[in-house]
Design a protein around this ligand. Sequence first.
Ligand code: SAM
Length: 261
Amino acid sequence: MKESISKDEGDQAQIDIWNYVCGFTSMAVVKCAVDLGIPDVLVNPMTLSELSSALNCSPSALYRIMRFLIHRGIFKETVNDNKDQLESIIYAQTPLSKLLIKNGANSMVDLLLLETSPVMLAPWLSLSARALADDASSFQAANGEDLWRYAAENPAHSKLIDNAMGCMARITVPAILDHHPEVFEGITSLVDVGGGNGTALSILVKACPWIKGINFDLPHVVSAAPHYDGVEHVGGNMFESVPKADAVFIMFYMTGTTKSV
Ligand SMILES: C[S@@+](CC[C@H](N)C(=O)[O-])C[C@H]1O[C@@H](n2cnc3c(N)ncnc32)[C@H](O)[C@@H]1O
């Protein structure tokens, strides 16, 4: 039976489809803001003229980028009655733009840089491969190998992952410590399995100095990890064995990707 679509439904569909066709723009423009360093430079409110000089950017291109970002609540503007557009618009931060400051409190920059990398976007563009094949992840279909093998062979991508995981750890671990500090009472040693570059443990042992931290991850990850007091880095494969400790801590932001390591 033919299903009838009302004119209103058809019209709405014509509008909605544009959100899908142009869905990539939100991510692209936010990445552009981070790459240009707009949130880092805009510490105090600035005119378009001041901002474009500080960033060494074309004012007209910057104006259009800022319009998009303001529309999404990333930055805000006030307009004064100066006839010169370069001087009449004053831009300022919002709570959202502050999360895009490099090294800022609760910064999401490192995670954004990972997720907007061509390597991480490619699997999404071949998501259908996941449905068509039982054994290959879409990451593997797009990039030729498992994420962790790929990272082992591509140190720049590995660093992007480690930094992004550190960014998550800086948000998650203080929340765990705030809400459930009792979890860490009576533990003298703790192994973080898949602990990345050790950011999570570094925060944990600082807050709970009675704990000896063992950061366990793949050899290529721990060999590039910075030194943290109270944290020992150990390289290995968690599917074979993990170092002994009173407790195991596992925090995985991405799932389903470690199968073949
Ligand atoms: C999604 S990250 C999680 C990082 C960190 N726990 C966090 O949430 O911030 C997964 C980590 O597991 C590590 N990993 C993957 N396969 C592993 C394996 N077989 N043995 C040990 N670590 C592994 C990766 O190198 C990566 O650092």
